[in-house]
Design a protein around this ligand. Structure first.
Ligand SMILES: Cc1cc2nc3c(=O)[nH]c(=O)nc-3n(C[C@H](O)[C@H](O)[C@H](O)COP(=O)(O)OP(=O)(O)OC[C@H]3O[C@@H](n4cnc5c(N)ncnc54)[C@H](O)[C@@H]3O)c2cc1C
Length: 316
């Protein structure tokens, strides 16, 4: 050891030390990343989403920032209606918090046979995000839909590769007095996550009005849950259903989400910072309600015509 200083001058020793530390860190990170999709958390993993968990609580993940990869196992798959399934997945650690915040989504990955590229799609968990150990997705199957068909094909015990959470709108309790939610079809999922989170938080006093438009009576997914919330929180939550093609004897009003309907149902002063409108639905519905962007072809939507400012309108 006494020979060391002469063989390794101090400068060289410092450089070697720095290279060593950087190298060890890189190998450690790489080994964590190689464990992406590991079934159970490894020591280097911090959160339910795997190594790093950048998007998890305490991490730097702002809106749109992602956490890490993980693999979930399907616990149950329930057919909800003609084209929608409710899929319940277990987190690798049953005691782990989901790490989801209001409002966030996860990204699913799968690589179809013979395909070069993986199919990557976002989905919005609909379970109570404060309950540990699992997430639930409500997935509408589209004809020839790559991800939705794959998700519908999964059987209990199968696994799904995901990345998450991907944060959407950073909800702050009581930021708005009146919260209007306009949902079309499968666009109900982010609204439902938000409704649950607001109503289950005793500190949050925001009042919510949901306008939920669908094609047929059978498309009114989560109706039992929404009605239960309305009964439990009659002063804070109201829901209006509208069905464009209702069945014979349907109890629901017929129609699409029109200006007339929104004029009648939206709550809160239009010119107030205390009023917010969230929107999620098929592209045509979002364009009609919130308008389209573009210098030459951009068009104002119903909300703008009604007097809502761009800052008041948030698309999921
Ligand atoms: C933030 C976010 C959260 C989402 N959360 C959910 C969720 O919780 N549940 C859910 O079911 N979906 C959700 N989606 C939609 C989802 O990500 C996929 O886009 C959807 O499942 C279709 O993917 P696919 O691969 O099956 O279809 P693709 O292979 O991409 O498309 C197949 C065909 O289906 C049609 N199609 C695809 N998407 C739509 C659509 N939205 N409306 C009308 N026609 C369509 C297309 O015209 C196409 O011809 C979310 C989307 C976003 C951006």
């Amino acid at each position: 050891m006494s020979q060391l200083p002469s063989r390794f001058p101090r400068k060289t020793a410092v450089v070697l030390a720095v290279v060593g530390v950087v190298g060890v860190t890189a190998v450690r990170r790489a080994s964590c990343q190689n464990q992406a999709f590991a079934e159970s958390p490894k020591p280097c993993e911090r959160g339910p989403w795997g190594p790093g968990g950048r998007g998890g609580p305490g991490g730097p993940g702002g809106p749109g920032r992602m956490g890490a990869f993980t693999t979930l196992r399907l616990e149950s798959s329930e057919q909800v209606n003609h084209n929608t399934k409710r899929l319940r997945f277990r987190l690798p650690d049953p005691a782990a918090n989901t790490g989801l915040t209001l409002t966030s989504a996860i990204i699913t990955f799968h690589k179809p046979k013979d395909a070069w590229l993986p199919v990557i799609r976002p989905y919005t968990p609909i379970n109570n995000i404060n309950e540990p150990g699992y997430i639930e997705l409500l997935v509408k199957k589209y004809p020839n839909g790559k991800a939705s068909t794959y998700l519908h094909s999964l059987q209990p015990g199968d696994t799904l590769n995901i990345r998450g959470p991907m944060r959407r709108y950073p909800w702050r309790p009581n930021e708005f007095e009146h919260v209007n939610l306009i949902a079309g079809g499968a666009g109900i999922t982010p609204m439902y996550q938000l409704i649950q989170g607001i109503l289950n938080n005793p500190e949050d006093r925001s009042k919510i009005k949901l306008i939920f438009g669908v094609n047929s009576d059978a498309d009114l997914v989560l109706k039992n849950e929404l009605d239960a919330f309305e009964r439990k929180f009659p002063d804070r939550f109201k829901v209006v259903y509208t069905v464009s093609d209702p069945g014979e004897g349907s109890p629901f009003p017929k129609g699409k989400i029109t200006k007339e309907l929104l004029e009648r149902e939206l709550v809160g002063a239009k010119d107030s910072k205390g009023t917010k409108v969230f929107l999620c639905g098929p592209p045509g519905m979002e364009a009609s309600v919130a308008g389209t962007k573009g210098r030459f072809f951009g068009q104002a939507g119903i909300l703008e015509e009604m007097g809502y400012s761009k800052e008041q309108i948030q698309k999921f």
